[in-house]
Design a protein around this ligand. Structure first.
Ligand SMILES: [Mn+2]
Length: 427
């Protein structure tokens, strides 16, 4: 559906006086602390987070799936949904496609459709974690790491095909999340699995266009329960260093064992110039399916502290990052959840922008842990939501996207267009 922009203006008018009070009070505090509010607003507005094509429907779990109604039935409808999100918050100007779930039949028409919503294409994602109906070899015992060369060749060719689809769409990166691993001790030789995987990814790497990157994602367990070939950031970095300049690590926030210090991992990757991007989500126990910032917002802020510090530091030479959400929605309306996720990411970013960095560096040099904590938490405990709302309003988006979405009964309209029992394709 195409959103009537005048409805957003009406919503903003109706919420104007309260917003103005909040924004002016916050601006006065931030200006008093020495911040340039205009620059912060520009940075917030420029920060764009890609939406994956698989996040627009309810995902469910291995135990079942409860469809929400009005889910996009085709790639075209998925693009419409991302266009809708972008119109609501002006913060998601690209879509990340999953192949083969979302193979564009007519890439030119798809690119034009996306452009009509002011969208481009972010990283393309390959899939060798499940078998497709028409494929010859099975990935039951792995893909790029498989003992059988025929299986590896099929998986390599699939990744090369994904690069070609991405080239047609103007994408600039391939994301490899390799599910390969083992379920039982002794099942495989770890070193040989690594070597076979490296050889496979090297063949894929050789097919990357000059201006492309390959993002190497890691995950400690699942779908396999004993070992994963690319289990952690160290293994990801090892692969990237062996592959070459175009290979960079991808941090998925949910792909860590409980209590892992993710912000330190981010710092290490940045230090090596090997941070490629993020998959944002949140998790309580170990999966990656919860709304960004819903469980550990302080951790998210600490991650952005490292990012802002690293990206502004002259000694860090890191390529531009890909920002992406990677979550599936079990019980929430996916579009509402994505609006909340984007908001949480931008809140953490804005809070990291207002850390008093010279004061923090001085406290660190003097080993003043108490003062360092005061400085960090002063930024974290600042309610920056009015900054985000102002940046949205200036960009023509809604002051409160979730409230607007509900007032305008957008889900109800999608249900009436697509049906109460429509299932998003692919998942
Ligand atoms: Mn991911």
């Amino acid at each position: 559906m195409i959103l009537d922009k005048s409805l957003i203006e009406q919503h903003n008018q109706a919420n104007q006086s309260l917003h103005k009070k909040k924004f002016e009070a916050l601006s006065a505090v931030l200006s008093g602390e020495g911040h340039d509010v205009k620059t912060i607003l520009e940075k917030i507005a420029a920060f764009q987070i890609a939406i994956p094509s698989w996040a627009l429907g309810t995902g469910g779990t291995r135990f079942g799936r409860f469809a929400g109604g009005g889910e996009p039935r085709s790639l075209e409808e998925k693009i419409e949904d991302v266009g809708l999100l972008h119109a609501l918050n002006q913060s998601s100007n690209s879509i990340s496609l999953h192949i083969p779930w979302d193979i564009p039949k007519d890439p030119k028409a798809i690119t034009q459709l996306a452009a009509s919503f002011e969208l481009g294409f972010d990283a393309v994602n390959s899939n060798t974690f499940q078998d497709q109906a028409d494929q010859k070899e099975s990935y039951k015992f792995g893909s790029l790491s498989h003992t059988d060369k025929a299986v590896r060749d099929q998986a390599i060719q699939h990744n090369i095909d994904v690069i070609r689809h991405g080239v047609d769409l103007g994408s600039k990166a391939l994301t490899i999340w390799l599910s390969d691993g083992t379920d039982f001790p002794g099942q495989q030789n770890f070193r040989r699995m690594f070597e076979r995987t490296l050889d496979s990814i090297q063949q894929i790497y050789a097919e990357l266009p000059a201006d492309w990157k390959v993002l190497v994602e890691y995950k400690p367990y699942e779908p396999h329960f004993y070992s994963t070939v690319i289990a952690d950031w160290g293994t990801s970095l090892l692969f990237c260093n062996k592959l070459g300049e175009k290979a960079v690590g991808l941090v998925d926030l949910g792909h860590h064992l409980p209590n892992t210090n993710i912000e330190q991992i981010v710092s290490r990757f940045l230090m090596e110039g090997k941070l490629g991007g993020f998959h944002f989500n949140d998790s309580k126990y170990g999966d990656d399916d919860l709304t960004v910032g819903s469980i550990k917002p302080y951790q998210l802020f600490l991650i952005f502290n490292e990012l802002v510090e690293g990206m502004s530091s002259p000694e860090i030479k890191n390529p531009e990052l890909s920002w992406m959400i990677d979550a599936s929605h079990n019980i929430k309306d996916p579009l509402e959840d994505l609006l909340q996720s984007v908001e949480a990411i931008k809140i953490a970013y804005a809070q990291a922008l207002i850390i008093d960095r010279p004061a923090l560096e001085k406290a660190q040099a003097e080993n003043d842990a108490t003062l360092a904590q005061e400085i960090m938490q002063n930024a974290y405990r600042t309610d920056v939501r009015a900054l985000l709302a102002e940046a949205r309003q200036q960009a023509g988006a809604a002051l409160n996207p979730v409230a607007f979405y509900r007032e305008s009964k957008i889900r109800e309209q999608l249900v009436s267009q697509r049906g109460a029992k429509s299932f998003a394709t692919g998942l």
